[in-house]
Design a protein around this ligand. Structure first.
Ligand SMILES: [Zn+2]
Length: 309
């Protein structure tokens, strides 16, 4: 059985939040087994990275606890998921993670710089054992059983620069680092004004996002011909790690976003809870019956059908 992992040493980086435009220092520290990914805000508030602490998913995934929020966690979460880092303490000096270059590449480099250590606890992967699906019109995410973690994504955008992009990748550390992590987030030039008025994309620039103009991207070049769909896969790898453990299953998605990603998390969690309940019933029922029978007899020393008031 595989062991859980954390990082070997503390690492820090400084940057600017993509949406807030605020400067932020991010520090990653080793954490004990079964901690998971644990965020710590500047005032010391601890925010576990799990579905229960998702407070907003518009344009980015935001976690919160006791009114304190940490925004845009998905690219760091993706890097931790992709590199098999189960436990991490994440200190953020402001309310949003640094945008880096708009991808997970900088977070991967940070985690590689920190080194990795195995912990004396088994990793509990989450095996999908029956299909689970969420949808919203023609957008959907479906997870089906598989021996590996695979994402098959269809991005069908009516913008001529994006068009139809399809990618299917088994997510291993190698494919994640080489094929997914460098894919940058993107936005449309036509939306920038409205987004900024709504407090979004304030730190956004050609250095940390692909900016899509009317007929072409404004950046010098793309890192992959299908960089857009690869970034959608990256976001999904990150959001799925909010389940608190690595996923084993085949995720098939079409035109999803953080909102639908959140819905599949909730649906998976619900199925897990129902599974646990069924497993408990299976394990408990026969034992409970045999254990209870003599107790019932001794407590009620009367023949069945007689008055036992
Ligand atoms: Zn993203």
């Amino acid at each position: 059985m595989e062991s859980q992992r954390t990082i070997r040493r503390k690492v820090s980086i400084e940057g600017v939040g993509l949406h807030s435009g605020e400067p932020v220092t991010l520090t990653l520290s080793p954490a004990a087994s079964d901690t998971g990914i644990l965020f710590r805000a500047a005032d010391g508030t601890l925010i576990p990275a799990n579905t229960d602490h998702v407070v907003n998913f518009h344009f980015a995934t935001t976690l919160g606890a006791f009114g304190v929020r940490v925004r845009t966690v998905e690219h760091l979460m993706a890097a931790a998921h992709g590199l098999g880092i189960d436990n991490l303490l994440v200190d953020v000096s402001a309310g949003e993670l640094p945008a880096m270059d708009g991808s997970a590449k900088g977070f991967v480099e940070m985690l590689e710089r920190a080194g990795r250590v195995s912990l004396p606890a088994p990793r509990k992967a989450l095996m999908i054992d029956e299909p689970i699906r969420v949808e919203d019109g023609d957008r959907f995410i479906q997870v089906v059983p598989s021996d590996t973690f695979r994402i098959s994504y269809t991005l069908d955008h009516n913008h001529p620069v994006i068009g139809l992009q399809v990618a299917s990748l088994e997510i291993t550390e190698t494919t994640f680092v080489d094929e997914v992590a460098p894919a940058r987030t993107y936005g449309f030039l036509r939306d920038v004004g409205a987004m900024r008025r709504n407090g979004l994309a304030r730190g956004g620039s050609l250095d940390n996002a692909i900016v899509v103009g009317k007929r072409s991207v404004l950046n010098d070049s793309l890192r992959f011909a299908d960089e857009f769909v690869r970034h959608k896969i990256l976001d999904l790898v990150g959001d799925l790690f909010l389940l608190g453990r690595p996923l084993v299953g085949h995720v098939v998605a079409r035109n999803a976003g953080h909102a639908l990603n959140y819905q599949i998390l909730v649906a998976i969690q619900k199925a897990m809870t129902a599974d646990r309940r069924r497993a408990r019933m299976r394990a408990v029922t026969p034992l409970a019956l045999t254990a209870m029978a003599p107790a019932f007899e001794s407590a009620c020393p009367v023949a069945p059908g007689t008055a036992a008031r």
